[in-house]
Design a protein around this ligand. Structure first.
Ligand SMILES: *Cc1c(COP(=O)(O)O)cnc(C)c1O
Length: 406
């Protein structure tokens, strides 16, 4: 059996710290839920809603939080605990929580930590539903927000108000692949006593660990590279126990818990995250280089590509550039539509982080609900194509893109 953590129904998932010398790849595989009497090698699926008590006294002690143990899968389950423990080790986080989706994870962070009258300073380049939560849902409970432009970091400090409680951003952003300097943002948050929350979905903990740069909390859509195979929806939060505790209270009692089945899938997927991300990055680099030289492409954007304006920053805070490449096809919207329709092997879909390469036209799909002006403010031009590069042979990916650009 692999190394066993002392899982609990409370927060102290990582009370048995890993030796400092242990590597990311090893933790991804060797952090495992305790084995059962069957002596299985691979952790089984604990598809159970509840857990049993040894005695009336044991039940009382569990409910009184005097002893550790599972009670009910809305609170904890060996599969979700294992998934969270792996993410905490990978992100360098003290504690964490699983959630039913990436959006449930984000909403849990916001609703668990913010009160009426609070204000959020957020990067303008956010995932579509994150924008809807900030702009349509939280204002109903008296929580306001201001957007800051990634291109003008010098303006951010002046947007902080006495009631600002949180700084929230994505880097690299979706779909524009703009970066924010995490160390700088961490300093800004610290200077103004803000909770610093990062959506680390695009980079994954393998490529970027925001907590090391001063983030208090990170949140993921596990649906993307963490699952990596386009099978299941899920989310996860990790960070200081100080912030996880109120979020846990909110999540336990409002119920956006992750299914043990999805947690089991994600935890198995994390075993191969480092290997998969290396290949995603290899393929994405080759595609970015190819697009950068193509006459029908106005520009290409990829964090480690020589043309990315923030390449130096990418090198500073990311291990590699990630699995997503954006480019502007010449001919604007009609050029983009033609490209999308000519694709033969790659998938036309809105997801990302799959083994299968996915092409998306954000202006007519994922970001169609924004106004043209709002789209342009986050770099979504009419001809922008996002390619979430998969794990097929790079030659086949490039061939399909080449013939579609034709
Ligand atoms: C997909 C995504 C989300 C939302 O996650 P779901 O699992 O779909 O709820 C949030 N942030 C980013 C950057 C995403 O790509």
């Amino acid at each position: 059996m692999g190394e066993q953590l002392n899982f609990t129904h409370r927060s102290n998932l990582l009370n048995s710290p890993m030796p400092d010398s242990r590597h990311f790849e090893t933790d991804a595989i060797r952090i495992q839920a305790p084995g059962s009497a069957a002596r299985e090698h691979s952790v089984p699926l604990y598809m159970t809603s509840g857990f049993t008590f040894d005695s009336a006294e044991h039940a009382r002690a569990l409910f009184a939080n005097e002893v550790d143990g599972n009670v009910y899968s809305r609170y904890s389950n060996p599969n979700t605990d294992e998934f969270v423990a792996k993410i905490c080790a990978m992100e360098g986080a003290e504690s964490g929580l699983a959630a039913a989706s990436g959006m449930a994870a984000l909403f849990g962070c916001l609703a668990g930590l913010l009160n009426q009258g609070d204000h959020v300073l957020a990067s303008r380049s956010l995932f579509g539903s994150s924008h809807q939560i900030l702009s349509q849902i939280l204002p109903r409970w008296g929580i306001s927000y201001t957007y800051a432009d990634t291109a003008r970091p010098e303006s951010w400090e002046s947007l902080i108000r006495p009631e600002t409680k949180m700084l929230f951003l994505e880097t690299p952003s979706n779909p524009g692949l703009d970066l924010v300097d995490l160390a700088w943002a961490g300093e800004l948050a610290k200077a103004h006593n803000l909770i610093f929350l990062v959506d680390n979905c695009f980079a994954t903990p393998y490529l970027q660990q925001p907590i090391a740069f001063g983030a208090d909390l990170i949140q993921h859509s596990a649906t993307k590279f963490i699952d990596g195979q386009g099978r299941a929806i899920g989310g996860v939060i990790a960070g200081s126990e100080k912030y996880i505790e109120p979020i846990r209270f909110f999540m336990r009692h409002t119920g956006p818990s992750l299914s043990p089945f999805n947690a089991w899938l994600f935890s198995k997927s994390l075993e191969t995250l480092p290997v998969r991300m290396e290949r995603h990055c290899d393929n994405a680099e080759k595609l970015a280089d190819f697009l950068g030289e193509h006459p029908k492409v106005s520009w290409v954007k990829y964090p480690f590509h020589k043309d990315h304006p923030q390449r130096e920053l990418a090198l500073k805070q990311m291990k590699r550039g990630g699995g997503v490449v954006c480019f502007e096809v010449s001919g604007g919207i009609s050029g983009a539509v033609r490209f999308m329709d000519r694709i033969t092997m790659l998938s036309r879909s809105a997801n990302l982080g799959d083994t299968r390469t996915i092409v998306t036209h954000p202006a007519t799909t994922t970001h169609s609900k924004l106004t043209e002006e709002e789209r342009l403010a986050v770099g979504i031009t009419p001809g922008l194509i996002r390619i979430a590069v998969g794990l097929e042979h790079h030659t086949d990916i490039l061939n399909d893109v080449a013939q579609a650009l034709g």
